[in-house]
Design a protein around this ligand. Sequence first.
Ligand SMILES: Cc1ncc(COP(=O)(O)O)c(C=O)c1O
Length: 434
Amino acid sequence: MRTNIVHEGADELTYEIRGIVRVAERLRDLGVDIVWENIGDPVAKGEHVPDWIKDIVAETMCDDASFGYSPTKGVPSARKFIVAERVRESGVTLDPEDILFFNGLGDAISNVYTYLRRSARVIGPCPAYPTHSSAEAAHAGAPHITYTLDHRKNWYPNLEDIRNKVRYNPLVAGILIINPDNPTGMVYPKQVLREIVSIAREYGLFLVSDETYARLSYGREKMTPLYEVIGSDVPAIVMRGLSKEVPWPGSRCGWIEVYNKDRDPVFARYAKTLVDAKMLEVCSTTLPQLALPSIVGDSRFAEHVRLRAEGYRRKADIARAVFSRIPRVIAPCPESSFYYSVVFEDGVLGGDQSLPISDPTIRDFIGREVEGVAPDKRFVLYLMAATGVCVVPLSGFNTDLTGFRMTLLEPDEKKFKDTVERIAAAIRAYTGNS
Ligand SMILES: Cc1ncc(COP(=O)(O)O)c(C=O)c1O
């Protein structure tokens, strides 16, 4: 090309959660029965969407309005519903004009970083959910700046790390919180949130709080929404969506709530950019917005979500009981969402370990695939070839830790236990730990 057309951040766009699927599909073609533990889609994993939710969607679809464009910021009844919910649940005041709908939070995340000034950085948690870390890094054309979630301390954020990185890097303009977190399933304690808010206040930063899994917490730590601790001065963007809670990931429906916009003119201008950009795009998906008040406002919704979360808690307990017996493995029990991340202590994984595979075609194929990959990806590939279980290496979450993330989505608890036990047996065989 006469001119280089490659974006400066092109190399930052990685998504191992789906990247691993290429190998899994090849193994499936070779006859391996794949157990999909990589993607956080409850529907794909076999969770039943209740009939009453389907009835609401079907009824909403009968309204011609569901086939039309919606206003740029979103359907007014959906925005009013969200505002009323905030008042009822937390006594928080939110202007419906400060809610902006997107085609799923993936779209919101992409816009939030794309329209940030090139030099301004948002520091985020590590391990990092790649949709945030890749989009932020691509926007800056430089690796994502992270703070540590400490796997030896229940995956809680290292506040000293946040404070130091903010203090010594004036380009950091914002702090990202993912609460409840993906991939760790951790919930930020209220006091930790307060400390992060106070760092933002002290250094003049804004906050982004991705709360996709807000209603799916089941542990000892109660999930605190950011707007309950933000006060009336620190600018913030809270992200919520329908994908995980309904669950309805195919709706492509998520939104941002902008708090304390007018406390800072620069933040207000940035927030306006997000609306202007959405206007160019016209609007977001209409049908799920129209259905939202009837689904979330239904008297059955809270119980539906509670029962689902209870199921994840039971599976988290099953997995913890198995993983906690494996030497040199650290597996803090998640408190929310439907992910379980397992870490290997330093030095447990090397570059020459493998698992026995009887089929020579599969053995040769995976032998080629593991060449030059990170140690935990090597384990994950051997695990998949030998047992069929497809998980995501932790190195795919922008971290130096070695380990993997599985989901708690399998609806059949017996099958779930069997999968966990197969993983545990593979860890023992692979590492020589008994
Ligand atoms: C923390 C987090 N944020 C955002 C998303 C994207 O969700 P959506 O389906 O709304 O694009 C996900 C999806 O897994 C997620 O885990």
